[in-house]
Design a protein around this ligand. Structure first.
Ligand code: GDP
Length: 139
């Protein structure tokens, strides 16, 4: 088993879609190992998305991610990073495959309902950003 870091983003939380997204992910075979609801401040959102600092959409992305509560969580499954990326679909919901979370629940390329780590290395970093080792292990 491996794990990934997922975030239900502010668009989906404020639209009342968090429960449906969680149910969808559990049906897809992911196990929730840790979860919380919180509101990111600007420094936290900038640090989390630091890799995108030079991108033209960075300020807009940070404003969006701080606009309301988010639900970060640790999800476990076999091959969790790749399986979760497949389950959420393309960044732009207009290009996401049928049945993916972004196709079902996202509003736009920015307000796209969920985040998922893109490598095992980033999953480790991103889980550590939100959760202690004890929380990840459920201790
Ligand atoms: P992801 O791995 O599929 O989440 O995509 P990226 O790592 O490339 O981008 C991070 C996040 O930035 C995305 O999930 C979107 O919320 C946002 N984003 C990506 N591309 C664009 C874009 O072209 N315009 C805007 N406004 N936001 C974007």
């Amino acid at each position: 088993m491996s794990y990934t870091l997922a975030i239900i983003k502010p668009d989906a939380v404020s639209a009342g879609r968090a429960g449906k997204i969680l149910a969808h992910l559990e049906e897809k075979g992911f196990t929730v190992r840790a979860l919380r609801m919180m509101r990111l401040n600007r420094a936290q959102a900038e640090a989390f998305y630091a890799v995108h600092r030079e991108r033209p959409f960075f300020d807009s992305l940070v404003s969006f991610m701080t606009s309301g509560p988010v639900i970060p969580m640790v999800l476990e499954s076999e091959d969790a990073v790749a399986r979760f990326r497949e389950a959420i679909g393309a960044t732009n919901p207009a290009e996401a495959a049928e049945g993916t979370v972004r196709k079902l629940f996202a509003e736009s390329i920015e307000r796209n309902a969920v985040h998922g780590s893109d490598s095992d290395e980033n999953a480790r970093r991103e889980v550590g950003f939100f959760f202690s080792e004890a929380e990840r292990l459920g201790l």
